[in-house]
Ligand binder design. Structure first.
Ligand code: 2RA
Length: 335
Protein backbone atom coordinates (compact mmCIF):
# COMPACT_ATOMS: atom_id res chain seq x y z
CA UNK A 1 0.00 0.00 0.00
CA UNK A 2 2.88 2.34 0.81
CA UNK A 3 4.39 1.56 -2.58
CA UNK A 4 1.05 2.29 -4.31
CA UNK A 5 0.83 5.60 -2.42
CA UNK A 6 4.38 6.46 -3.50
CA UNK A 7 3.32 5.94 -7.10
CA UNK A 8 -0.13 7.55 -6.92
CA UNK A 9 -1.22 10.69 -8.75
CA UNK A 10 -3.02 11.87 -5.58
CA UNK A 11 -1.65 15.18 -4.28
CA UNK A 12 -0.25 13.88 -0.98
CA UNK A 13 1.21 16.40 1.48
CA UNK A 14 1.92 14.07 4.34
CA UNK A 15 1.50 10.46 5.33
CA UNK A 16 0.82 8.94 8.75
CA UNK A 17 1.43 5.26 9.41
CA UNK A 18 -0.82 3.79 12.10
CA UNK A 19 -0.79 0.35 13.70
CA UNK A 20 -1.31 -1.42 17.02
CA UNK A 21 0.85 -0.63 20.05
CA UNK A 22 2.96 -3.70 19.15
CA UNK A 23 4.21 -2.03 15.96
CA UNK A 24 4.30 1.54 17.24
CA UNK A 25 7.81 2.98 17.07
CA UNK A 26 8.84 1.00 13.99
CA UNK A 27 10.27 3.09 11.19
CA UNK A 28 9.19 2.77 7.57
CA UNK A 29 10.12 4.61 4.40
CA UNK A 30 7.73 6.71 2.31
CA UNK A 31 9.66 8.07 -0.69
CA UNK A 32 12.74 9.66 0.88
CA UNK A 33 11.16 10.20 4.30
CA UNK A 34 11.50 7.93 7.32
CA UNK A 35 8.17 7.76 9.14
CA UNK A 36 7.68 6.40 12.65
CA UNK A 37 4.64 4.16 13.05
CA UNK A 38 2.18 5.47 15.64
CA UNK A 39 -0.32 3.59 17.77
CA UNK A 40 -3.87 4.07 16.44
CA UNK A 41 -6.22 6.07 18.65
CA UNK A 42 -9.43 7.84 17.52
CA UNK A 43 -7.69 11.22 17.38
CA UNK A 44 -5.01 9.84 15.05
CA UNK A 45 -7.46 10.72 12.25
CA UNK A 46 -7.72 14.44 13.08
CA UNK A 47 -6.79 16.39 9.96
CA UNK A 48 -6.58 13.25 7.81
CA UNK A 49 -8.32 13.41 4.40
CA UNK A 50 -7.96 9.79 3.34
CA UNK A 51 -7.54 6.75 5.58
CA UNK A 52 -6.64 3.37 4.10
CA UNK A 53 -7.46 0.48 6.44
CA UNK A 54 -5.99 -3.01 6.13
CA UNK A 55 -5.55 -4.38 9.64
CA UNK A 56 -8.43 -6.84 10.00
CA UNK A 57 -12.19 -6.42 10.26
CA UNK A 58 -12.21 -5.77 14.02
CA UNK A 59 -9.83 -2.83 13.70
CA UNK A 60 -11.87 -1.38 10.82
CA UNK A 61 -15.15 -1.72 12.74
CA UNK A 62 -13.63 0.08 15.71
CA UNK A 63 -11.68 2.85 14.02
CA UNK A 64 -13.24 3.52 10.59
CA UNK A 65 -16.29 5.30 12.09
CA UNK A 66 -13.90 7.33 14.30
CA UNK A 67 -11.94 8.38 11.22
CA UNK A 68 -15.14 9.38 9.40
CA UNK A 69 -16.30 11.38 12.45
CA UNK A 70 -13.07 13.36 12.21
CA UNK A 71 -13.58 14.14 8.52
CA UNK A 72 -11.59 11.42 6.78
CA UNK A 73 -12.85 9.30 3.89
CA UNK A 74 -12.06 5.65 4.59
CA UNK A 75 -11.16 3.02 2.00
CA UNK A 76 -11.40 -0.26 3.86
CA UNK A 77 -9.57 -3.33 2.61
CA UNK A 78 -11.26 -5.71 5.08
CA UNK A 79 -14.61 -7.48 4.88
CA UNK A 80 -16.06 -5.42 7.79
CA UNK A 81 -18.39 -3.22 5.73
CA UNK A 82 -18.57 -4.97 2.35
CA UNK A 83 -22.15 -6.17 2.76
CA UNK A 84 -23.43 -2.99 4.42
CA UNK A 85 -26.00 -1.55 1.97
CA UNK A 86 -24.85 1.97 2.96
CA UNK A 87 -21.25 1.21 1.95
CA UNK A 88 -20.27 1.11 -1.73
CA UNK A 89 -18.18 -1.92 -2.72
CA UNK A 90 -16.06 -0.65 -5.57
CA UNK A 91 -13.88 -1.83 -8.41
CA UNK A 92 -13.27 1.37 -10.40
CA UNK A 93 -13.30 -0.34 -13.81
CA UNK A 94 -16.77 -1.75 -13.02
CA UNK A 95 -18.84 0.46 -10.72
CA UNK A 96 -17.04 3.76 -10.23
CA UNK A 97 -20.41 5.55 -10.03
CA UNK A 98 -21.27 3.72 -6.79
CA UNK A 99 -18.74 6.08 -5.16
CA UNK A 100 -21.26 8.94 -5.36
CA UNK A 101 -23.37 7.17 -2.71
CA UNK A 102 -20.63 6.93 -0.08
CA UNK A 103 -21.14 8.12 3.49
CA UNK A 104 -17.48 8.20 4.42
CA UNK A 105 -16.57 4.53 4.03
CA UNK A 106 -15.88 2.69 0.77
CA UNK A 107 -15.17 -1.03 0.87
CA UNK A 108 -12.49 -2.70 -1.21
CA UNK A 109 -13.70 -6.14 -2.39
CA UNK A 110 -12.02 -9.48 -1.86
CA UNK A 111 -9.06 -10.11 -4.19
CA UNK A 112 -10.57 -13.08 -6.05
CA UNK A 113 -13.76 -11.11 -6.73
CA UNK A 114 -11.92 -8.07 -8.07
CA UNK A 115 -10.04 -9.79 -10.88
CA UNK A 116 -13.13 -11.73 -11.93
CA UNK A 117 -15.38 -8.68 -12.25
CA UNK A 118 -12.65 -6.73 -14.07
CA UNK A 119 -12.56 -9.46 -16.72
CA UNK A 120 -16.33 -9.96 -16.93
CA UNK A 121 -17.47 -6.32 -17.00
CA UNK A 122 -16.43 -5.59 -20.63
CA UNK A 123 -18.24 -8.76 -21.70
CA UNK A 124 -21.32 -7.83 -19.69
CA UNK A 125 -21.38 -4.37 -21.27
CA UNK A 126 -21.31 -5.83 -24.78
CA UNK A 127 -23.33 -9.03 -24.50
CA UNK A 128 -25.02 -9.05 -21.07
CA UNK A 129 -24.25 -11.61 -18.38
CA UNK A 130 -26.63 -14.20 -16.95
CA UNK A 131 -24.59 -16.75 -15.06
CA UNK A 132 -21.03 -17.27 -13.80
CA UNK A 133 -19.33 -20.41 -12.49
CA UNK A 134 -15.80 -19.76 -11.25
CA UNK A 135 -13.05 -22.05 -9.98
CA UNK A 136 -10.09 -20.32 -8.36
CA UNK A 137 -6.43 -21.26 -7.94
CA UNK A 138 -5.39 -18.82 -5.25
CA UNK A 139 -1.91 -17.78 -4.21
CA UNK A 140 -0.62 -18.35 -0.68
CA UNK A 141 0.08 -14.64 -0.07
CA UNK A 142 -3.72 -14.19 0.10
CA UNK A 143 -3.53 -15.86 3.49
CA UNK A 144 -0.81 -13.49 4.72
CA UNK A 145 2.90 -13.38 5.39
CA UNK A 146 2.98 -16.27 7.84
CA UNK A 147 1.30 -18.56 5.31
CA UNK A 148 3.91 -17.54 2.74
CA UNK A 149 6.66 -18.45 5.21
CA UNK A 150 4.88 -21.77 5.81
CA UNK A 151 4.99 -22.51 2.05
CA UNK A 152 8.75 -21.79 1.98
CA UNK A 153 9.51 -23.95 5.03
CA UNK A 154 7.36 -26.85 3.84
CA UNK A 155 8.93 -26.72 0.38
CA UNK A 156 12.44 -26.85 1.84
CA UNK A 157 11.46 -29.66 4.24
CA UNK A 158 9.95 -31.68 1.39
CA UNK A 159 13.07 -31.23 -0.75
CA UNK A 160 15.24 -32.23 2.23
CA UNK A 161 13.16 -35.40 2.68
CA UNK A 162 11.74 -34.20 6.00
CA UNK A 163 8.12 -34.35 7.14
CA UNK A 164 6.14 -31.21 6.33
CA UNK A 165 4.40 -29.45 9.19
CA UNK A 166 1.46 -27.04 8.82
CA UNK A 167 0.19 -24.54 11.42
CA UNK A 168 -1.78 -22.03 9.37
CA UNK A 169 -3.32 -23.20 6.09
CA UNK A 170 -5.98 -23.90 4.94
CA UNK A 171 -7.02 -21.22 7.42
CA UNK A 172 -5.80 -20.14 10.83
CA UNK A 173 -9.45 -20.01 11.90
CA UNK A 174 -10.09 -23.77 11.60
CA UNK A 175 -9.06 -26.80 13.65
CA UNK A 176 -6.96 -28.82 11.18
CA UNK A 177 -3.99 -27.68 9.14
CA UNK A 178 -2.54 -29.26 5.99
CA UNK A 179 0.65 -28.57 4.02
CA UNK A 180 0.27 -26.36 0.95
CA UNK A 181 3.65 -27.25 -0.61
CA UNK A 182 3.21 -29.79 -3.45
CA UNK A 183 -0.50 -29.82 -2.62
CA UNK A 184 -3.84 -28.13 -3.44
CA UNK A 185 -6.24 -27.17 -0.64
CA UNK A 186 -9.94 -26.96 -1.60
CA UNK A 187 -10.63 -24.71 1.38
CA UNK A 188 -10.13 -20.96 1.72
CA UNK A 189 -11.48 -19.54 4.97
CA UNK A 190 -13.99 -21.48 7.09
CA UNK A 191 -17.02 -23.42 5.81
CA UNK A 192 -20.57 -22.07 5.99
CA UNK A 193 -23.51 -24.32 6.91
CA UNK A 194 -24.39 -24.79 3.22
CA UNK A 195 -21.00 -26.40 2.51
CA UNK A 196 -19.52 -23.38 0.71
CA UNK A 197 -16.37 -21.81 2.14
CA UNK A 198 -16.56 -18.20 3.25
CA UNK A 199 -14.27 -17.23 0.34
CA UNK A 200 -16.78 -18.78 -2.06
CA UNK A 201 -19.61 -16.95 -0.27
CA UNK A 202 -17.69 -13.68 -0.73
CA UNK A 203 -17.17 -14.28 -4.46
CA UNK A 204 -20.88 -14.95 -4.95
CA UNK A 205 -22.32 -12.07 -2.94
CA UNK A 206 -19.65 -9.46 -3.68
CA UNK A 207 -20.00 -10.09 -7.42
CA UNK A 208 -23.77 -9.58 -7.18
CA UNK A 209 -23.34 -6.37 -5.18
CA UNK A 210 -20.72 -4.92 -7.54
CA UNK A 211 -22.35 -5.93 -10.84
CA UNK A 212 -26.05 -5.85 -9.91
CA UNK A 213 -26.15 -3.48 -6.92
CA UNK A 214 -27.49 -6.02 -4.41
CA UNK A 215 -25.66 -8.88 -2.65
CA UNK A 216 -28.67 -11.17 -3.19
CA UNK A 217 -29.57 -10.08 -6.72
CA UNK A 218 -30.96 -12.77 -9.01
CA UNK A 219 -29.98 -10.74 -12.10
CA UNK A 220 -26.63 -12.56 -12.24
CA UNK A 221 -26.31 -16.14 -11.00
CA UNK A 222 -22.91 -16.92 -9.47
CA UNK A 223 -21.34 -20.11 -8.10
CA UNK A 224 -17.73 -20.42 -6.90
CA UNK A 225 -15.22 -23.08 -5.90
CA UNK A 226 -12.06 -21.68 -4.31
CA UNK A 227 -8.79 -23.58 -3.92
CA UNK A 228 -5.34 -22.65 -2.62
CA UNK A 229 -2.36 -23.62 -4.76
CA UNK A 230 1.37 -23.48 -3.90
CA UNK A 231 1.97 -20.22 -5.80
CA UNK A 232 3.37 -17.27 -3.80
CA UNK A 233 1.65 -14.35 -5.58
CA UNK A 234 -1.18 -13.92 -8.15
CA UNK A 235 -4.50 -15.72 -8.19
CA UNK A 236 -5.73 -17.61 -11.28
CA UNK A 237 -9.37 -18.27 -12.16
CA UNK A 238 -11.23 -20.39 -14.68
CA UNK A 239 -14.52 -18.61 -15.39
CA UNK A 240 -17.53 -20.19 -17.15
CA UNK A 241 -20.04 -17.50 -18.13
CA UNK A 242 -23.37 -17.35 -19.95
CA UNK A 243 -24.22 -14.23 -21.94
CA UNK A 244 -27.67 -12.76 -22.59
CA UNK A 245 -27.09 -11.89 -26.24
CA UNK A 246 -26.11 -15.35 -27.51
CA UNK A 247 -26.99 -14.37 -31.10
CA UNK A 248 -24.32 -11.68 -31.38
CA UNK A 249 -21.70 -13.04 -29.01
CA UNK A 250 -18.69 -14.95 -30.29
CA UNK A 251 -15.06 -15.46 -29.27
CA UNK A 252 -13.73 -12.66 -31.50
CA UNK A 253 -16.30 -10.21 -30.07
CA UNK A 254 -15.46 -11.17 -26.50
CA UNK A 255 -11.73 -10.84 -27.21
CA UNK A 256 -12.31 -7.43 -28.80
CA UNK A 257 -14.23 -6.25 -25.72
CA UNK A 258 -11.42 -7.46 -23.46
CA UNK A 259 -8.68 -5.96 -25.64
CA UNK A 260 -10.16 -2.48 -25.21
CA UNK A 261 -11.12 -2.77 -21.55
CA UNK A 262 -9.46 -0.73 -18.78
CA UNK A 263 -7.29 -2.77 -16.44
CA UNK A 264 -7.34 -5.82 -18.74
CA UNK A 265 -4.50 -7.25 -20.82
CA UNK A 266 -5.57 -9.89 -23.32
CA UNK A 267 -3.03 -12.71 -23.62
CA UNK A 268 -4.86 -15.17 -25.79
CA UNK A 269 -2.97 -16.99 -28.52
CA UNK A 270 -3.14 -20.76 -28.00
CA UNK A 271 -1.27 -21.41 -31.28
CA UNK A 272 1.77 -19.74 -29.75
CA UNK A 273 1.01 -20.97 -26.20
CA UNK A 274 0.27 -17.43 -25.03
CA UNK A 275 -1.94 -17.32 -21.93
CA UNK A 276 -1.79 -15.65 -18.50
CA UNK A 277 0.35 -17.19 -15.76
CA UNK A 278 0.99 -16.10 -12.16
CA UNK A 279 4.76 -15.81 -12.61
CA UNK A 280 4.20 -13.11 -15.22
CA UNK A 281 1.41 -11.21 -13.43
CA UNK A 282 3.25 -10.53 -10.18
CA UNK A 283 4.01 -6.82 -9.78
CA UNK A 284 1.43 -5.67 -12.33
CA UNK A 285 -1.79 -3.75 -11.67
CA UNK A 286 -3.57 -5.36 -14.62
CA UNK A 287 -5.77 -8.43 -14.89
CA UNK A 288 -4.53 -10.78 -17.61
CA UNK A 289 -7.12 -12.74 -19.57
CA UNK A 290 -6.78 -15.62 -22.03
CA UNK A 291 -8.14 -19.02 -23.09
CA UNK A 292 -11.38 -17.42 -24.31
CA UNK A 293 -13.38 -20.23 -25.88
CA UNK A 294 -16.97 -21.35 -26.39
CA UNK A 295 -18.52 -23.93 -24.12
CA UNK A 296 -18.98 -27.26 -25.92
CA UNK A 297 -22.54 -27.79 -24.71
CA UNK A 298 -24.31 -24.46 -24.11
CA UNK A 299 -24.88 -22.05 -27.01
CA UNK A 300 -24.72 -18.94 -24.86
CA UNK A 301 -21.73 -19.98 -22.72
CA UNK A 302 -17.98 -19.30 -22.85
CA UNK A 303 -14.90 -19.82 -20.72
CA UNK A 304 -11.95 -17.62 -19.87
CA UNK A 305 -8.84 -17.84 -17.71
CA UNK A 306 -7.70 -14.82 -15.73
CA UNK A 307 -4.67 -14.05 -13.57
CA UNK A 308 -3.94 -11.00 -11.44
CA UNK A 309 -1.58 -9.93 -8.65
CA UNK A 310 -3.75 -10.49 -5.58
CA UNK A 311 -1.69 -8.08 -3.49
CA UNK A 312 -1.91 -5.20 -5.99
CA UNK A 313 -5.14 -5.26 -8.03
CA UNK A 314 -6.61 -7.58 -5.40
CA UNK A 315 -5.83 -5.25 -2.50
CA UNK A 316 -3.36 -2.34 -2.35
CA UNK A 317 -3.76 -0.99 -5.87
CA UNK A 318 -7.56 -1.28 -5.96
CA UNK A 319 -7.70 0.67 -2.65
CA UNK A 320 -5.45 3.47 -3.87
CA UNK A 321 -7.20 3.42 -7.26
CA UNK A 322 -10.53 3.97 -5.44
CA UNK A 323 -8.95 6.98 -3.73
CA UNK A 324 -7.74 8.33 -7.09
CA UNK A 325 -11.27 7.99 -8.50
CA UNK A 326 -12.77 9.68 -5.41
CA UNK A 327 -10.39 12.56 -6.01
CA UNK A 328 -11.20 12.71 -9.74
CA UNK A 329 -14.94 12.83 -8.96
CA UNK A 330 -14.37 15.50 -6.34
CA UNK A 331 -15.58 13.21 -3.57
CA UNK A 332 -12.35 13.50 -1.63
CA UNK A 333 -11.19 16.86 -0.42
CA UNK A 334 -7.43 16.72 -0.18
CA UNK A 335 -6.25 19.71 1.85
C1 2RA B 1 -7.28 -15.19 0.27
N1 2RA B 1 -9.01 -13.83 -0.63
O1 2RA B 1 -6.70 -15.35 -0.82
C2 2RA B 1 -8.21 -14.06 0.49
C3 2RA B 1 -7.45 -12.85 0.92
N2 2RA B 1 -8.28 -11.72 1.04
O2 2RA B 1 -7.14 -15.93 1.22
Amino acid sequence: MIQMLEETTLPINSVKLLASSRSAGKQLKFKDQTITVEETVPDSFKGVDLALFSAGGGVSKKFAPEAVKRGAVVVDNTSAFRMDPEVPLVVPEVNEKALYAHHGIIANPNCSTIQMVVSLEPIRQKFGLKKVIVSTYQAVSGAGNRALQELRTETQDYLDGKEMHADILPTAGDKKHYPIAFNVLPQIDVFEEDGYSHEEWKMIHETKKIMAGDMNSKAIKVTATCARVPVPVSHSEEVYFEVEDAKNANVAGIQAALRNAPGVVLQDDPDHQIYPMPINAEGSRDTFVGRVRPDQEEDNAYHLWNVSDNLLKGAAWNSVQIAEHLDKLNLLHMQ
